[in-house]
Design a protein around this ligand. Structure first.
Ligand code: C2E
Ligand code: CA
Ligand code: CA
Ligand code: CA
Length: 281
């Protein structure tokens, strides 16, 4: 038994060793990825649940590794965050998303692309100069500030940080809109909804997943939609995969959705093809 225990310990140590090594390798490879601009974006439509028409898109980063191919963000965002590489990576993402939005807007009818949504990590947001950078990028891309929707997380709002508050206000004053991503998963007191300059709530996929089988989860979704209405916010359901979920969301009064039922994240040309060529109103 003792021998077996020892074997387990060795195996554990070597697994740990491998894990540490892998993390270091990943970090080094990510460093190179930033230097070589190996990040590409895919775009997933956010649709009007009534009509299915895309109103905007969320830009989602992928790492196009020279030998390993496309890598999903779940494999590298955490290490990017820890190492700080999320800051230059996020800058490239924002730049690329805005340049795409500018190109799309110049080749479609006015109002056909209402917004481009971009994820911003808390660390990226807190980097001094972030607001100025966004202002510069908007200027360079020629994209109207009202077209840009920044997706932030509840954790950024939790600490009640004066600098964060000032930056959110500055972005809002520029005309940029702000969404809370993965809404409902944080430890929010919800009181911040009263005084924070937020425009959109994105209901986390986990609630949508179970809303047909669990009356409790459905009640949570209903409560979030009502909360949004009370605070005059827009609301988007994430991870809509089934027609039944879409119907339930419409019954509840949720106006917008995103998910595989409508489209997966798409390449730039495939996403562009989905934009209505005349304004949908
Ligand atoms: P998120 O912001 O919650 O993005 C939605 C994720 O759900 C995306 O995964 C999307 O592909 C996936 N998804 C959308 N609809 C469905 C559906 O119907 N079913 C299922 N199973 N999944 C669906 P993805 O692209 O792998 O991104 C994962 C996470 O990585 C994102 O979650 C976001 O937190 C982060 N991320 C992605 N791009 C960026 C970025 O540019 N910057 C930062 N900071 N984070 C990013
Ligand atoms: Ca998001
Ligand atoms: Ca989300
Ligand atoms: Ca999510």
């Amino acid at each position: 038994a003792k021998g077996a225990g020892k074997g387990r310990w060795r195996r554990y140590q070597s697994d740990l060793h491998t894990a540490v090594l892998e993390r270091l390798e990943l970090r080094a490879a990510l460093d190179q990825a930033v230097k070589d601009h190996q990040f590409v974006l895919q775009y997933q439509p956010i649709v009007d649940l009534e009509t299915g028409v895309p109103l905007g898109f969320e830009a989602l980063v992928r790492w196009n590794h020279p030998t390993r191919g496309m890598i999903a963000p779940g494999h590298f965002i955490e290490v990017a965050e820890e190492s700080g590489l999320i800051v230059p990576m996020g800058r490239m993402v924002l730049q690329q998303a805005l340049s795409t939005a500018g190109r799309w807007q110049r080749s479609t009818a006015q109002g056909a692309l209402r917004y481009m949504s971009v994820n911003v990590s808390a660390r990226q947001f807190r980097t001094p100069g972030f607001v100025e950078e966004v202002r510069q990028m908007l200027h360079t891309s020629g994209v109207e500030p009202g077209t840009l929707l920044l997706e932030i997380t509840e954790s950024l709002l939790l600490r009640n940080d004066d600098q964060v508050r000032a930056d959110l206000d500055a972005l809002r004053a520029m005309g940029i809109r702000l969404a809370i991503d993965d809404f409902g998963t944080g430890y929010s007191s919800l009181s911040y909804l009263q005084h924070m300059p937020i425009d959109v709530l994105k209901i986390d996929k986990s609630f949508i997943d179970d809303m047909l089988s669990s009356t409790q989860q459905r009640a949570v979704v209903t409560a979030i939609v009502q909360l949004a209405q009370t605070f005059n916010l827009s609301v988007v359901a994430e991870g809509v995969e089934e027609a039944g979920q879409r119907e339930a969301l419409q019954e509840i009064g949720c106006p917008y959705g995103q998910g595989y039922l409508f489209a997966r994240p798409l390449s730039e040309p495939d996403a562009f093809a989905l934009i209505p060529k005349t304004a949908p109103f």
